[in-house]
Ligand binder design. Structure first.
Ligand code: NAI
Length: 262
């Protein structure tokens, strides 16, 4: 299988991803959009699900026929089974699920209300489980599939002011290992990418007005810079392709060394 990365702006190429149906949550912005674009460039049939119609329209315009957009707030758990059925009917059997959608909130733990905590857990953990379960029911019936979770450095070490986010992303990593042992024997691999600090609107909200935090991030990142959404997208392509067919249950940091930095 040919794999190339000619320069920093280019995605990897995997022949086996052609025509695969790839569902990317939050696929209309930031890391999710880069993932959607990278799969589209590999001739996959990409389905982006998001709650922001205008962002979805812009993504559909950018990626053209390679993208089908579905507007849904994933927190509406009851709407996930009909969503999956609709995608399977309209686009095809889902081969790859990338659980990318996520939210963050920066606040001292003592000021986080139960409602705020639960809101973050619902999007980042419960909805991720509920969607994975619905998609896996069909993948398991077909005996194949790849599910990719997205966690965070917040699940690798302690970061202040993000207690709910940390709890949710740590749960995602645990869930990755649990689902991998249940589903991999039946052909469905489950892996997780732990991005470091990647240039998106989520990270700029957390870092741009807080130079102390930004300097701390950079000082413990051996590669000395933030990552690009494409760096995460390339890892997702690999974990979706047959090139990773013996890999399941792993947490793959894509972080310029941030998780092992001194
Ligand atoms: P972003 O805020 O640019 O994108 C997140 C997307 O998810 C948005 O399009 C948003 O509308 C969508 N979304 C959120 N809640 C949703 C819901 N309930 N229903 C439907 N769509 C929903 O953020 P970014 O930076 O691209 O993050 C993507 C993922 O990567 C998230 O899971 C985040 O936690 C993770 N991550 C990001 C890092 C970074 O440095 N940017 C670092 C580590 C992890």
């Amino acid at each position: 299988m040919k794999q190339t990365i000619d320069d920093e702006s280019e995605h990897c190429t995997y022949g086996d991803l052609r025509d695969k149906v790839v569902l990317v949550t939050g696929g209309a912005s930031g890391i999710g959009l880069a993932i959607a674009a990278a799969f589209a460039a590999n001739y996959s049939q990409v389905v982006a699900v998001g709650r922001d119609k205008s962002k979805l329209d812009a993504a559909a315009k950018k990626l053209g026929d390679n993208l089908s957009a579905y507007n849904l707030d994933l927190d509406n758990l009851g709407k996930l089974p009909p969503l999956v059925a609709k995608i399977e009917r309209e686009v095809g059997g889902i081969d790859v699920l990338v659980n990318n959608a996520g939210i963050n909130m920066k606040k001292d733990a003592l000021n986080v209300s139960d409602e705020e905590f639960e809101r973050i857990m619902r999007t980042n953990q419960t909805a991720v489980f509920a969607l994975s379960r619905e998609v896996a029911k069909l993948m398991l019936r077909r005996g194949k599939g790849s599910i990719i979770m997205i966690s965070s450095m917040a699940s690798q070490y302690g970061i202040p002011k993000v207690v709910a986010y940390t709890a949710s992303k740590s749960a995602v990593e645990g869930m990755t290992r649990e689902l991998a042992v249940e589903w991999s024997p039946h052909g469905v691999r489950v892996n997780c990418i732990a991005p470091g600090f990647i240039k998106t609107s989520m990270s700029s909200k957390a870092l741009d007005a807080d130079m102390e935090r930004k300097n701390k991030v950079l000082s413990r990142t051996p590669m000395g810079k933030l990552g690009e959404p494409l760096d995460v997208a390339n890892a997702a392509l690999f974990l979706a392709s047959d090139q990773s067919k013996y890999i399941t249950g792993v947490i793959l940091p894509v972080d310029g060394g941030n998780s092992i930095g001194f």
